[in-house]
Write a protein that binds this ligand. Structure first.
Ligand code: ATP
Ligand code: MG
Length: 547
């Protein structure tokens, strides 16, 4: 638990903007050594508690090992690890040296790992033993890539060593000063999810910690006595910023589940550990809805939050009874962190309007710009969702790494507005309603249709678990809608289903926006983090994707 002075200091975030800011100090050394940073839960539900004191000592030794491999300030280090007890020590070891953490998601196939290692120039990779086979020999500047393996048998390949063996060779020297990289120093180089194309490399500076902390306090209403579990994977922004880094900045305890996702295990962890504050992506809530808990043990949830994709209404209506709290939707990006949401903190909490992702969070100013001019659109009109950089003190995005053109696309010509690449509308009272990603908007006979509105209706049908809607070319109308649906495991594709779903959309959304065809598919194309990739459905051609 953080003491009051640390928390008070954190409220204003000045320590993250300091020229001599030191990540290891801010994320670890300043907290009481006896406070618990992580509760790591193994699949058999045994727990290992990690205190800040233990993390300080273990990360100092990791830093010594990495320094011995030539890692220094500004150097990228790839990390291909699950949510184990070793993970936080490795990350803090990297930051202690002023080096840069490059997250690699454990579900990646070798090409996705390579893209990130190549793109970051990482010459050292720390990888779980069961992940090492994914690492190809480096090329060019990274030809001498070194692999530090966590766990497993002692490796025989040249350039591969086992972390435990290396740690045994270095002493813990508390006198070694951690690097002070300053507010603009890089902590992380994180690639976006690749929902709309090739992932973009986002450098996350130390100053971004201020916004991570604010999201936890304002939107999640995180308190020192919460049992907090953010189930998102730290290979992605929501998991990395808010399950690992943000809680470290605050000095609060965060639960890590050292296992892949399964609904049964999730229910067990929620029950057994009496989780009070839970956060996860919509796809996780949808899976929980599809597979109710085996035991009736009570839940203790005070807050449940969702981010990363539109939160479909059936999850919201299910959650009140099933979780004891209604899931609240929050919005953000790798490039920004979380910027809007239906906040939980009592001073900010407003009734949720169905379909709304809430208000801009403190420290951020969000607006919807007209399609044809860089001006704020009239309330209620769909346009480009943007951040007013002149009035967003928590904004930290420094531009994509080595990609000035892609960075330029993100800003209006005068530099004032950051363009999220999403469309939305904003009511007079500031509430935001997500419409779609720019690329996914369907324009039919002059009407703009966001796929999410139609998908929400489709998933409200009892046989449908997930749905994706795209526009396909049509001579007369420009585009018409086609839908792809995944049925519940026990549902048989009935003959009249297409008609039923079309009628449902006509009755509950709009007569013109019904899908001309409904394809029943076994699965939807998704990013490794579970986001629906509509561009793949468009590319594949509708016929190829239907069964
Ligand atoms: P890429 O930029 O590589 O195509 P991505 O945009 O999915 O991938 P992320 O930064 O992980 O990469 O995701 C941010 C995007 O996720 C947002 O721009 C938005 O499209 C979507 N998103 C996040 N939260 C929400 C939400 N609450 N409602 C709707 N969409 C959301
Ligand atoms: Mg994006």
């Amino acid at each position: 638990m953080a003491d009051a002075s640390v928390t008070a200091q954190a409220q204003d975030g000045a320590e993250y903007r300091a020229e001599d800011a030191c990540a290891a100090e801010l994320l670890c050394d300043r907290h009481p050594g006896s406070a618990i940073a992580f509760r790591v839960v193994e699949p058999d539900l045994t727990v290992r508690e990690l205190t800040f004191g233990e993390l300080a000592a273990s990360s100092r030794r990791v830093a010594a090992v990495l320094a011995g491999r030539g890692v220094g300030r500004g150097d990228a280090v790839g990390v291909l690890m699950g949510k184990s007890a070793e993970l936080p020590a490795v990350l803090l070891g990297i930051w202690r040296l002023g080096a840069v953490h490059v997250p690699l998601f454990t579900a990646f196939a070798p090409p996705a790992v390579e893209l990130r290692l190549d793109g970051s120039g990482a010459r050292v990779v720390v990888a779980d033993a069961d992940q090492v086979a994914k690492l190809q020999p480096g090329s060019g500047a990274a030809a001498d890539r070194q692999v530090i393996q966590v766990g497993g048998e002692r490796p025989s390949q040249p350039g591969h060593d086992r972390l435990a063996d290396l740690l045994a060779t270095v002493p813990d020297d508390p006198a070694v000063e951690p690097a002070r990289v300053g507010a603009d120093g890089r902590l992380i180089l994180l690639f976006t999810s690749g929902t709309t194309g090739t992932p973009k490399a986002v450098p996350v500076p130390v100053r971004a910690l201020a916004s991570m902390e604010r999201y936890l306090l304002d939107a999640l209403d995180l308190r020192a006595d919460d049992v907090y579990w953010n189930a998102a994977d730290p290979g992605w922004a929501y998991g990395l910023y808010y399950a690992l880094v943000g809680p470290l900045a605050l000095g609060y305890t965060s639960l890590l589940l050292h296992a892949g996702f399964s609904p049964a295990l999730t229910w067990e962890v929620l029950q057994r550990f009496a989780v009070t504050n839970y956060a996860a992506a919509p796809t996780i809530y949808r899976a929980l809805r599809g597979e109710p808990p085996r035991s009736g043990a009570a839940l203790r949830l005070r807050c449940a939050s969702s981010a990363g994709e539109p939160l479909t209404p059936e999850v919201v209506s299910w959650s009140g009874d099933a979780l004891g709290v209604q899931v609240r939707d929050h919005y953000g990006q790798t490039e920004l962190g979380m910027v809007a949401g239906n906040a939980w903190r009592s001073e900010l909490r407003a009734p949720v309007e169905p379909g709304s992702m809430g208000h801009a969070l403190p420290g951020w100013s969000c607006a919807v710009l007209a399609d044809d001019a860089d001006e704020v659109a009239p309330a209620g009109t769909v346009g480009r969702l943007a951040i007013d950089t002149h009035h967003s003190p928590l904004m930290w995005f420094p531009g994509y790494a080595d990609a000035p053109e892609r960075t330029a696309e993100r800003f209006t010509a005068d530099g004032r507005w950051y363009l999220t690449g999403d469309t939305a509308n904003q009511q007079d009272d500031g509430r935001l309603f997500f419409s779609s990603r720019d690329d996914d908007v369907i324009i039919m006979a002059g009407y703009r249709i966001g796929p999410f509105d139609v998908e929400s209706v489709l998933t409200s049908h009892e046989a449908v678990v997930e749905a994706a809607v795209i526009g396909v070319p049509d001579e007369l109308r420009g585009e018409v809608l086609e839908a792809f649906v995944v049925l519940r495991q026990d549902a048989e594709p009935a003959a009249g289903l297409e008609r039923e779903l079309q009628q449902l959309v006509k009755d509950q959304f709009a007569a013109h926006a019904y899908p001309r065809r409904v394809h029943v598919v076994a699965a939807l194309p998704k990013t490794p983090s579970g986001k629906i990739q509509r561009f793949r459905l468009r590319e594949a051609g509708v016929d190829a994707a239907s069964r």
